[in-house]
Ligand binder design. Structure first.
Ligand code: UD1
Ligand code: CA
Length: 476
Protein backbone atom coordinates (compact mmCIF):
# COMPACT_ATOMS: atom_id res chain seq x y z
CA UNK A 1 0.00 0.00 0.00
CA UNK A 2 1.07 3.60 -0.55
CA UNK A 3 3.71 4.92 1.74
CA UNK A 4 3.92 8.49 2.95
CA UNK A 5 5.45 11.14 0.73
CA UNK A 6 9.17 11.01 1.05
CA UNK A 7 11.12 14.26 1.49
CA UNK A 8 14.48 13.76 -0.07
CA UNK A 9 16.58 15.68 2.45
CA UNK A 10 20.07 16.70 1.45
CA UNK A 11 19.80 15.46 -2.14
CA UNK A 12 18.89 17.47 -5.22
CA UNK A 13 15.14 17.81 -5.70
CA UNK A 14 13.47 15.14 -7.82
CA UNK A 15 11.05 15.85 -10.65
CA UNK A 16 9.01 13.28 -12.56
CA UNK A 17 7.58 12.91 -16.05
CA UNK A 18 4.71 10.52 -16.68
CA UNK A 19 4.11 9.59 -20.32
CA UNK A 20 0.41 9.45 -21.09
CA UNK A 21 -0.12 10.86 -24.57
CA UNK A 22 -0.54 7.67 -26.55
CA UNK A 23 -3.85 6.27 -27.76
CA UNK A 24 -3.18 2.69 -26.80
CA UNK A 25 -4.21 1.16 -30.12
CA UNK A 26 -3.85 -2.37 -28.77
CA UNK A 27 -6.72 -1.73 -26.32
CA UNK A 28 -9.11 -1.46 -29.33
CA UNK A 29 -11.26 1.09 -27.55
CA UNK A 30 -12.21 4.69 -28.20
CA UNK A 31 -11.15 5.65 -24.70
CA UNK A 32 -7.45 6.49 -24.29
CA UNK A 33 -5.57 3.64 -22.66
CA UNK A 34 -4.44 5.57 -19.58
CA UNK A 35 -8.06 6.46 -18.74
CA UNK A 36 -9.16 2.84 -18.39
CA UNK A 37 -10.15 2.03 -14.81
CA UNK A 38 -7.99 0.18 -12.31
CA UNK A 39 -9.74 -0.12 -8.94
CA UNK A 40 -11.85 2.97 -9.49
CA UNK A 41 -9.07 5.21 -10.78
CA UNK A 42 -7.82 5.99 -14.25
CA UNK A 43 -4.71 3.85 -14.78
CA UNK A 44 -2.44 6.91 -15.06
CA UNK A 45 -3.40 8.01 -11.54
CA UNK A 46 -1.17 5.33 -10.03
CA UNK A 47 2.23 6.21 -11.53
CA UNK A 48 1.47 9.87 -10.83
CA UNK A 49 0.55 9.14 -7.21
CA UNK A 50 3.57 6.91 -6.66
CA UNK A 51 5.91 9.55 -8.14
CA UNK A 52 4.45 12.11 -5.74
CA UNK A 53 4.93 9.68 -2.85
CA UNK A 54 8.55 9.18 -3.91
CA UNK A 55 9.00 12.90 -3.38
CA UNK A 56 8.79 14.17 -6.97
CA UNK A 57 7.85 17.84 -7.28
CA UNK A 58 6.64 18.70 -9.82
CA UNK A 59 5.17 15.74 -11.68
CA UNK A 60 4.75 16.60 -15.35
CA UNK A 61 2.16 14.52 -17.19
CA UNK A 62 2.62 14.39 -20.96
CA UNK A 63 -0.83 14.29 -22.53
CA UNK A 64 -2.01 14.09 -26.12
CA UNK A 65 -4.75 11.63 -26.91
CA UNK A 66 -7.90 12.81 -25.03
CA UNK A 67 -5.64 15.31 -23.28
CA UNK A 68 -8.44 17.35 -21.71
CA UNK A 69 -10.02 14.30 -20.11
CA UNK A 70 -6.73 12.97 -18.79
CA UNK A 71 -5.88 16.34 -17.29
CA UNK A 72 -9.34 16.84 -15.79
CA UNK A 73 -9.39 13.38 -14.20
CA UNK A 74 -5.96 13.77 -12.64
CA UNK A 75 -6.67 17.27 -11.33
CA UNK A 76 -9.92 16.04 -9.78
CA UNK A 77 -8.28 13.01 -8.17
CA UNK A 78 -5.20 14.90 -6.90
CA UNK A 79 -6.42 18.47 -6.38
CA UNK A 80 -3.54 19.69 -4.23
CA UNK A 81 -0.68 17.90 -5.95
CA UNK A 82 2.13 19.75 -7.77
CA UNK A 83 1.05 18.57 -11.23
CA UNK A 84 1.90 20.14 -14.56
CA UNK A 85 0.61 19.11 -17.96
CA UNK A 86 2.60 19.15 -21.20
CA UNK A 87 1.01 18.57 -24.60
CA UNK A 88 2.46 16.22 -27.16
CA UNK A 89 0.25 16.92 -30.15
CA UNK A 90 1.64 14.12 -32.33
CA UNK A 91 2.85 10.93 -30.72
CA UNK A 92 6.24 10.46 -32.35
CA UNK A 93 7.69 8.20 -29.69
CA UNK A 94 8.65 8.07 -26.04
CA UNK A 95 11.76 10.29 -26.43
CA UNK A 96 9.68 12.88 -28.24
CA UNK A 97 7.12 12.69 -25.41
CA UNK A 98 9.77 13.38 -22.76
CA UNK A 99 11.03 16.36 -24.77
CA UNK A 100 7.51 17.78 -24.71
CA UNK A 101 7.86 18.06 -20.92
CA UNK A 102 11.07 20.10 -21.09
CA UNK A 103 9.31 23.47 -20.97
CA UNK A 104 7.50 22.49 -17.74
CA UNK A 105 10.83 21.71 -16.05
CA UNK A 106 12.70 24.91 -16.87
CA UNK A 107 14.80 25.78 -13.83
CA UNK A 108 14.84 22.21 -12.50
CA UNK A 109 18.41 20.96 -12.24
CA UNK A 110 18.18 17.74 -10.20
CA UNK A 111 17.29 14.21 -11.27
CA UNK A 112 14.23 13.44 -13.36
CA UNK A 113 12.27 10.23 -12.98
CA UNK A 114 10.42 9.05 -16.10
CA UNK A 115 7.46 6.68 -15.82
CA UNK A 116 4.86 5.27 -18.18
CA UNK A 117 1.21 6.03 -17.67
CA UNK A 118 0.48 2.37 -18.42
CA UNK A 119 2.34 0.74 -15.50
CA UNK A 120 -0.06 1.15 -12.59
CA UNK A 121 1.42 -1.45 -10.25
CA UNK A 122 4.83 0.04 -9.47
CA UNK A 123 5.30 0.78 -5.77
CA UNK A 124 6.88 3.82 -4.17
CA UNK A 125 9.54 1.53 -2.73
CA UNK A 126 10.56 0.39 -6.21
CA UNK A 127 10.71 3.96 -7.50
CA UNK A 128 12.98 4.87 -4.59
CA UNK A 129 15.23 1.89 -5.29
CA UNK A 130 15.82 3.11 -8.86
CA UNK A 131 16.48 6.67 -7.63
CA UNK A 132 19.03 5.33 -5.15
CA UNK A 133 20.74 3.02 -7.65
CA UNK A 134 22.52 5.77 -9.57
CA UNK A 135 26.26 5.53 -9.13
CA UNK A 136 26.83 9.27 -9.73
CA UNK A 137 24.50 12.24 -10.12
CA UNK A 138 25.09 12.17 -13.88
CA UNK A 139 24.47 8.46 -14.41
CA UNK A 140 21.27 6.86 -15.66
CA UNK A 141 19.37 4.20 -13.73
CA UNK A 142 16.55 2.23 -15.25
CA UNK A 143 14.36 -0.67 -14.16
CA UNK A 144 14.41 -4.08 -15.81
CA UNK A 145 12.58 -7.33 -15.18
CA UNK A 146 12.90 -10.95 -16.22
CA UNK A 147 9.89 -12.29 -18.09
CA UNK A 148 9.08 -15.85 -19.16
CA UNK A 149 7.54 -14.33 -22.25
CA UNK A 150 9.34 -11.08 -23.12
CA UNK A 151 7.22 -10.45 -26.20
CA UNK A 152 6.53 -6.80 -26.95
CA UNK A 153 9.10 -5.39 -24.55
CA UNK A 154 12.47 -3.79 -25.24
CA UNK A 155 15.32 -6.26 -24.57
CA UNK A 156 18.24 -5.25 -22.37
CA UNK A 157 21.60 -6.02 -23.98
CA UNK A 158 24.59 -6.14 -21.63
CA UNK A 159 28.21 -5.56 -22.64
CA UNK A 160 30.24 -8.58 -21.53
CA UNK A 161 31.75 -7.88 -18.12
CA UNK A 162 30.24 -4.39 -18.03
CA UNK A 163 26.82 -2.94 -17.33
CA UNK A 164 23.88 -2.56 -19.72
CA UNK A 165 24.94 -1.48 -23.19
CA UNK A 166 21.64 -0.78 -24.92
CA UNK A 167 17.95 -1.53 -25.16
CA UNK A 168 16.71 -2.96 -28.40
CA UNK A 169 12.99 -2.79 -29.20
CA UNK A 170 11.37 -6.03 -30.30
CA UNK A 171 10.76 -4.81 -33.84
CA UNK A 172 14.44 -3.92 -34.23
CA UNK A 173 15.85 -7.00 -32.48
CA UNK A 174 17.79 -9.80 -34.13
CA UNK A 175 16.53 -13.36 -33.49
CA UNK A 176 19.32 -13.78 -30.89
CA UNK A 177 18.36 -10.55 -29.11
CA UNK A 178 14.74 -11.69 -28.99
CA UNK A 179 15.86 -14.63 -26.87
CA UNK A 180 16.86 -12.20 -24.09
CA UNK A 181 14.40 -12.35 -21.23
CA UNK A 182 15.58 -9.30 -19.32
CA UNK A 183 13.36 -6.47 -20.55
CA UNK A 184 13.02 -2.74 -20.07
CA UNK A 185 10.33 -1.91 -17.50
CA UNK A 186 9.98 1.68 -18.72
CA UNK A 187 11.10 3.45 -15.52
CA UNK A 188 14.18 5.67 -15.65
CA UNK A 189 15.99 8.19 -13.45
CA UNK A 190 18.30 10.59 -15.28
CA UNK A 191 20.16 13.78 -14.50
CA UNK A 192 18.37 16.69 -16.19
CA UNK A 193 21.54 18.03 -17.82
CA UNK A 194 22.28 14.63 -19.34
CA UNK A 195 18.62 14.09 -20.27
CA UNK A 196 18.04 17.27 -22.27
CA UNK A 197 21.40 17.28 -24.02
CA UNK A 198 21.09 13.58 -24.93
CA UNK A 199 17.47 13.60 -26.07
CA UNK A 200 18.40 16.25 -28.62
CA UNK A 201 20.64 13.59 -30.22
CA UNK A 202 18.02 10.82 -30.45
CA UNK A 203 16.78 10.14 -33.99
CA UNK A 204 14.01 8.00 -35.46
CA UNK A 205 16.15 5.63 -37.50
CA UNK A 206 14.45 2.39 -36.46
CA UNK A 207 11.78 -0.05 -37.54
CA UNK A 208 8.94 2.06 -36.15
CA UNK A 209 10.31 5.47 -37.25
CA UNK A 210 9.80 6.69 -33.70
CA UNK A 211 12.02 8.64 -31.33
CA UNK A 212 12.83 5.97 -28.75
CA UNK A 213 13.55 6.98 -25.16
CA UNK A 214 15.33 3.67 -24.82
CA UNK A 215 18.22 5.11 -26.89
CA UNK A 216 19.22 6.94 -23.69
CA UNK A 217 20.73 3.73 -22.34
CA UNK A 218 23.33 3.33 -25.11
CA UNK A 219 24.17 7.03 -24.90
CA UNK A 220 24.56 6.82 -21.11
CA UNK A 221 26.62 3.62 -21.34
CA UNK A 222 29.03 5.52 -23.60
CA UNK A 223 29.08 8.50 -21.24
CA UNK A 224 28.20 8.96 -17.57
CA UNK A 225 27.22 5.30 -17.09
CA UNK A 226 23.99 3.29 -16.97
CA UNK A 227 22.72 1.00 -14.19
CA UNK A 228 20.01 -1.60 -14.63
CA UNK A 229 17.91 -2.28 -11.52
CA UNK A 230 15.95 -5.52 -11.54
CA UNK A 231 12.41 -5.05 -10.24
CA UNK A 232 9.49 -7.42 -9.73
CA UNK A 233 7.63 -8.31 -12.94
CA UNK A 234 4.41 -8.35 -10.92
CA UNK A 235 4.85 -4.62 -10.40
CA UNK A 236 6.35 -3.54 -13.67
CA UNK A 237 4.14 -5.27 -16.23
CA UNK A 238 2.71 -2.71 -18.59
CA UNK A 239 -0.90 -2.60 -19.70
CA UNK A 240 -1.10 -2.79 -23.46
CA UNK A 241 -4.29 -4.72 -24.14
CA UNK A 242 -7.52 -5.75 -22.43
CA UNK A 243 -6.04 -8.91 -20.96
CA UNK A 244 -3.18 -6.94 -19.41
CA UNK A 245 -5.77 -4.57 -17.97
CA UNK A 246 -7.70 -7.39 -16.33
CA UNK A 247 -4.47 -8.76 -14.83
CA UNK A 248 -3.51 -5.33 -13.49
CA UNK A 249 -6.94 -4.88 -11.91
CA UNK A 250 -6.67 -8.29 -10.21
CA UNK A 251 -3.16 -7.58 -8.95
CA UNK A 252 -4.16 -4.18 -7.58
CA UNK A 253 -7.27 -5.67 -5.96
CA UNK A 254 -5.14 -8.35 -4.30
CA UNK A 255 -2.94 -5.64 -2.92
CA UNK A 256 -5.93 -3.77 -1.47
CA UNK A 257 -7.31 -7.03 -0.06
CA UNK A 258 -3.97 -7.88 1.54
CA UNK A 259 -3.78 -4.49 3.22
CA UNK A 260 -7.34 -4.81 4.55
CA UNK A 261 -6.56 -8.26 5.99
CA UNK A 262 -3.38 -6.84 7.45
CA UNK A 263 -5.49 -4.33 9.34
CA UNK A 264 -7.84 -6.95 10.81
CA UNK A 265 -10.58 -7.35 8.21
CA UNK A 266 -11.75 -10.91 7.46
CA UNK A 267 -12.19 -11.56 3.76
CA UNK A 268 -13.89 -14.90 3.30
CA UNK A 269 -12.51 -15.09 -0.24
CA UNK A 270 -10.04 -12.41 -1.32
CA UNK A 271 -10.16 -13.75 -4.88
CA UNK A 272 -13.84 -12.96 -5.04
CA UNK A 273 -13.62 -9.48 -3.64
CA UNK A 274 -13.41 -6.11 -5.40
CA UNK A 275 -12.46 -2.81 -3.87
CA UNK A 276 -11.48 0.56 -5.19
CA UNK A 277 -8.32 2.30 -4.13
CA UNK A 278 -9.03 4.32 -1.00
CA UNK A 279 -11.88 2.31 0.57
CA UNK A 280 -11.67 2.04 4.36
CA UNK A 281 -12.86 -0.96 6.43
CA UNK A 282 -12.52 -1.27 10.19
CA UNK A 283 -11.12 -4.29 12.04
CA UNK A 284 -13.36 -7.22 13.04
CA UNK A 285 -15.50 -6.70 9.99
CA UNK A 286 -16.27 -9.84 8.00
CA UNK A 287 -16.73 -9.58 4.27
CA UNK A 288 -18.44 -12.46 2.50
CA UNK A 289 -17.61 -13.45 -1.09
CA UNK A 290 -18.45 -11.36 -4.16
CA UNK A 291 -18.66 -8.04 -2.36
CA UNK A 292 -17.73 -4.91 -4.27
CA UNK A 293 -16.70 -1.71 -2.44
CA UNK A 294 -16.45 1.31 -4.68
CA UNK A 295 -15.38 4.94 -4.55
CA UNK A 296 -15.16 6.62 -1.15
CA UNK A 297 -16.89 3.80 0.75
CA UNK A 298 -16.05 3.63 4.46
CA UNK A 299 -17.13 0.74 6.66
CA UNK A 300 -16.75 0.65 10.44
CA UNK A 301 -15.62 -2.18 12.65
CA UNK A 302 -17.46 -5.33 13.71
CA UNK A 303 -19.73 -5.39 10.66
CA UNK A 304 -20.78 -8.26 8.43
CA UNK A 305 -21.08 -7.45 4.75
CA UNK A 306 -23.17 -10.15 3.14
CA UNK A 307 -22.44 -11.89 -0.10
CA UNK A 308 -22.96 -9.99 -3.33
CA UNK A 309 -23.27 -6.51 -1.81
CA UNK A 310 -22.25 -3.54 -3.97
CA UNK A 311 -21.51 -0.38 -2.00
CA UNK A 312 -20.58 2.87 -3.75
CA UNK A 313 -19.52 6.02 -1.90
CA UNK A 314 -21.37 4.72 1.15
CA UNK A 315 -20.62 5.18 4.84
CA UNK A 316 -21.38 2.30 7.20
CA UNK A 317 -21.08 2.63 11.00
CA UNK A 318 -19.92 0.00 13.50
CA UNK A 319 -21.63 -3.33 14.22
CA UNK A 320 -23.79 -3.16 11.10
CA UNK A 321 -25.15 -6.31 9.56
CA UNK A 322 -25.71 -6.24 5.83
CA UNK A 323 -27.44 -9.35 4.56
CA UNK A 324 -26.69 -10.67 1.06
CA UNK A 325 -27.32 -8.93 -2.27
CA UNK A 326 -27.72 -5.29 -1.29
CA UNK A 327 -27.03 -2.30 -3.53
CA UNK A 328 -26.12 1.01 -1.86
CA UNK A 329 -25.11 4.21 -3.58
CA UNK A 330 -24.11 7.34 -1.62
CA UNK A 331 -25.97 6.14 1.47
CA UNK A 332 -25.19 6.50 5.19
CA UNK A 333 -25.87 3.67 7.59
CA UNK A 334 -25.65 4.21 11.34
CA UNK A 335 -24.23 1.89 14.00
CA UNK A 336 -25.88 -1.49 14.61
CA UNK A 337 -28.32 -1.26 11.67
CA UNK A 338 -29.50 -4.41 9.96
CA UNK A 339 -30.11 -4.09 6.24
CA UNK A 340 -31.06 -6.59 3.55
CA UNK A 341 -31.17 -9.03 1.98
CA UNK A 342 -31.96 -7.38 -1.37
CA UNK A 343 -32.22 -3.79 -0.12
CA UNK A 344 -31.53 -0.80 -2.29
CA UNK A 345 -30.32 2.46 -0.75
CA UNK A 346 -30.04 5.24 -3.28
CA UNK A 347 -28.33 8.63 -2.91
CA UNK A 348 -29.04 10.48 0.34
CA UNK A 349 -30.58 7.50 2.06
CA UNK A 350 -29.57 7.93 5.68
CA UNK A 351 -30.22 5.52 8.52
CA UNK A 352 -29.70 6.45 12.20
CA UNK A 353 -28.64 3.78 14.70
CA UNK A 354 -30.33 0.37 14.96
CA UNK A 355 -32.55 0.87 11.95
CA UNK A 356 -33.82 -2.17 10.12
CA UNK A 357 -34.40 -2.13 6.37
CA UNK A 358 -35.41 -5.44 4.90
CA UNK A 359 -35.88 -7.21 1.60
CA UNK A 360 -37.06 -5.36 -1.48
CA UNK A 361 -37.05 -2.02 0.25
CA UNK A 362 -35.86 1.01 -1.73
CA UNK A 363 -34.94 4.32 -0.12
CA UNK A 364 -34.09 7.50 -1.96
CA UNK A 365 -33.28 10.86 -0.29
CA UNK A 366 -34.86 9.50 2.85
CA UNK A 367 -33.76 9.53 6.45
CA UNK A 368 -34.94 7.06 9.09
CA UNK A 369 -34.61 7.78 12.81
CA UNK A 370 -33.30 5.48 15.52
CA UNK A 371 -34.76 1.98 15.76
CA UNK A 372 -37.22 2.52 12.89
CA UNK A 373 -38.10 -0.39 10.64
CA UNK A 374 -39.15 -0.92 7.06
CA UNK A 375 -39.06 -4.68 6.78
CA UNK A 376 -40.46 -5.61 3.39
CA UNK A 377 -41.45 -4.43 -0.09
CA UNK A 378 -41.43 -0.69 0.42
CA UNK A 379 -40.52 2.49 -1.44
CA UNK A 380 -39.66 5.60 0.57
CA UNK A 381 -38.58 8.64 -1.45
CA UNK A 382 -38.03 12.23 -0.26
CA UNK A 383 -39.19 11.15 3.19
CA UNK A 384 -38.19 12.10 6.70
CA UNK A 385 -39.00 9.25 9.03
CA UNK A 386 -38.68 9.78 12.81
CA UNK A 387 -37.53 7.35 15.50
CA UNK A 388 -39.32 4.12 16.47
CA UNK A 389 -41.48 4.13 13.35
CA UNK A 390 -42.82 0.91 11.90
CA UNK A 391 -43.35 1.08 8.16
CA UNK A 392 -45.51 -1.86 7.17
CA UNK A 393 -44.96 -4.20 4.26
CA UNK A 394 -45.79 -2.71 0.88
CA UNK A 395 -45.83 0.95 1.92
CA UNK A 396 -45.25 3.43 -0.90
CA UNK A 397 -44.58 7.15 -0.78
CA UNK A 398 -46.05 8.72 -3.92
CA UNK A 399 -43.42 11.45 -4.06
CA UNK A 400 -43.66 12.35 -7.74
CA UNK A 401 -46.59 13.98 -9.50
CA UNK A 402 -45.09 13.69 -12.95
CA UNK A 403 -43.40 17.09 -12.67
CA UNK A 404 -42.04 17.61 -9.18
CA UNK A 405 -40.95 15.65 -6.12
CA UNK A 406 -42.84 16.21 -2.84
CA UNK A 407 -41.86 15.43 0.74
CA UNK A 408 -43.34 12.96 3.20
CA UNK A 409 -42.78 13.51 6.94
CA UNK A 410 -43.49 10.67 9.37
CA UNK A 411 -43.25 11.57 13.08
CA UNK A 412 -41.69 9.54 15.91
CA UNK A 413 -43.50 6.38 16.95
CA UNK A 414 -45.85 6.26 13.95
CA UNK A 415 -47.25 2.90 12.89
CA UNK A 416 -47.90 2.65 9.16
CA UNK A 417 -50.05 -0.37 8.37
CA UNK A 418 -49.17 -2.62 5.47
CA UNK A 419 -49.95 -1.70 1.89
CA UNK A 420 -50.36 2.01 2.58
CA UNK A 421 -50.05 4.64 -0.13
CA UNK A 422 -48.87 8.02 1.17
CA UNK A 423 -49.52 10.70 -1.45
CA UNK A 424 -47.02 13.53 -0.91
CA UNK A 425 -46.80 16.23 0.22
CA UNK A 426 -48.06 14.73 3.44
CA UNK A 427 -47.14 14.47 7.09
CA UNK A 428 -48.14 11.90 9.68
CA UNK A 429 -48.00 13.34 13.22
CA UNK A 430 -46.18 11.69 16.12
CA UNK A 431 -47.63 8.47 17.43
CA UNK A 432 -50.34 8.28 14.75
CA UNK A 433 -51.57 5.03 13.23
CA UNK A 434 -52.28 4.46 9.57
CA UNK A 435 -54.69 1.62 8.94
CA UNK A 436 -53.49 -1.11 6.61
CA UNK A 437 -54.44 -0.62 2.98
CA UNK A 438 -54.95 3.12 3.31
CA UNK A 439 -54.44 5.63 0.53
CA UNK A 440 -53.75 8.91 2.30
CA UNK A 441 -53.89 12.26 0.53
CA UNK A 442 -54.20 14.42 3.64
CA UNK A 443 -51.91 14.88 6.61
CA UNK A 444 -52.67 13.01 9.83
CA UNK A 445 -52.61 14.75 13.24
CA UNK A 446 -50.44 13.36 16.04
CA UNK A 447 -51.99 10.45 17.90
CA UNK A 448 -54.82 9.94 15.35
CA UNK A 449 -55.85 6.80 13.48
CA UNK A 450 -56.10 7.43 9.75
CA UNK A 451 -58.33 5.15 7.71
CA UNK A 452 -58.05 5.83 4.03
CA UNK A 453 -60.01 3.02 2.53
CA UNK A 454 -63.65 2.14 1.80
CA UNK A 455 -65.55 0.29 4.51
CA UNK A 456 -65.79 -3.45 4.03
CA UNK A 457 -69.17 -4.98 3.11
CA UNK A 458 -69.91 -8.68 3.82
CA UNK A 459 -72.84 -10.10 1.82
CA UNK A 460 -74.20 -13.04 3.82
CA UNK A 461 -74.87 -16.26 1.84
CA UNK A 462 -73.70 -14.72 -1.43
CA UNK A 463 -71.67 -17.74 -2.50
CA UNK A 464 -74.57 -20.16 -2.15
CA UNK A 465 -76.87 -17.86 -4.15
CA UNK A 466 -74.29 -17.63 -6.92
CA UNK A 467 -73.92 -21.37 -7.13
CA UNK A 468 -77.66 -21.98 -7.43
CA UNK A 469 -78.07 -19.29 -10.08
CA UNK A 470 -75.41 -21.08 -12.17
CA UNK A 471 -77.30 -24.41 -12.03
CA UNK A 472 -80.57 -22.86 -13.16
CA UNK A 473 -78.75 -21.24 -16.09
CA UNK A 474 -79.60 -17.74 -15.01
CA UNK A 475 -77.03 -15.03 -14.54
CA UNK A 476 -73.30 -15.51 -14.68
C1 UD1 B 1 8.02 0.94 -24.07
C2 UD1 B 1 9.53 0.84 -24.27
C3 UD1 B 1 9.95 -0.61 -24.11
C4 UD1 B 1 9.54 -1.11 -22.74
C5 UD1 B 1 8.06 -0.87 -22.47
C6 UD1 B 1 7.79 -1.11 -20.99
C7 UD1 B 1 10.14 2.59 -25.87
C8 UD1 B 1 10.55 2.89 -27.28
N1 UD1 B 1 9.86 1.31 -25.60
O1 UD1 B 1 7.39 0.19 -25.09
O2 UD1 B 1 11.36 -0.72 -24.25
O3 UD1 B 1 9.86 -2.47 -22.61
O4 UD1 B 1 7.69 0.48 -22.77
O5 UD1 B 1 6.44 -1.00 -20.65
O6 UD1 B 1 10.12 3.48 -25.05
N2 UD1 B 1 3.73 7.57 -25.10
C9 UD1 B 1 3.57 8.93 -25.28
N3 UD1 B 1 3.92 9.48 -26.47
C10 UD1 B 1 4.43 8.75 -27.49
C11 UD1 B 1 4.57 7.35 -27.30
C12 UD1 B 1 4.22 6.78 -26.09
O7 UD1 B 1 3.14 9.64 -24.38
O8 UD1 B 1 4.74 9.35 -28.53
C13 UD1 B 1 3.33 6.97 -23.81
C14 UD1 B 1 2.19 6.01 -23.92
O9 UD1 B 1 0.93 6.69 -23.73
C15 UD1 B 1 2.47 5.02 -22.79
C16 UD1 B 1 3.97 5.07 -22.64
O10 UD1 B 1 4.42 6.24 -23.32
O11 UD1 B 1 1.86 5.40 -21.59
C17 UD1 B 1 4.67 3.84 -23.24
O12 UD1 B 1 4.32 3.77 -24.61
P1 UD1 B 1 4.00 2.37 -25.31
O13 UD1 B 1 3.62 2.64 -26.72
O14 UD1 B 1 3.07 1.57 -24.49
O15 UD1 B 1 5.46 1.72 -25.29
P2 UD1 B 1 5.81 0.18 -25.39
O16 UD1 B 1 5.64 -0.25 -26.79
O17 UD1 B 1 5.09 -0.57 -24.35
CA1 CA C 1 3.46 -0.07 -22.87
Amino acid sequence: MPTKSKKRKGSAPLAAIVLAAGKGTRMKTRRAKVLHRVCGRPMVYFPVKRALEAGADPVVVVVGHQADEVEAELRAALPDAPLRFARQERQLGTAHAVLAAKGCLRGHTGPVMILSGDTPLLTTHTLASVVDARTSPQSLAFATMDLENPEGYGRVVHAPGKGPALIVEEKDATPEERQIREVNAGLYVADSGFLWSTLARVDAKNAQREFYLTDLVALAADGPGAVAVRVSPVEAQGVNDQEDLSLAVRAMTRRIAASLMESGVTLEDPERFDADEGVVVGPDTIIEPCVRLRGATRIGSGCVIGQGAILSDTTVGDGVEILPYCHFDRARIGDRCRVGPFSRLRPEASLAEEVHVGNFVELKKTSMGKRSKAGHLTYLGDATVGADVNVGCGTITCNYDGERKHPTVIGDGVFVGSDSILVAPISIGKGAYVAAGSTLTESVPAGALALGRSRQVNKAGWARKRASSKISGKGH
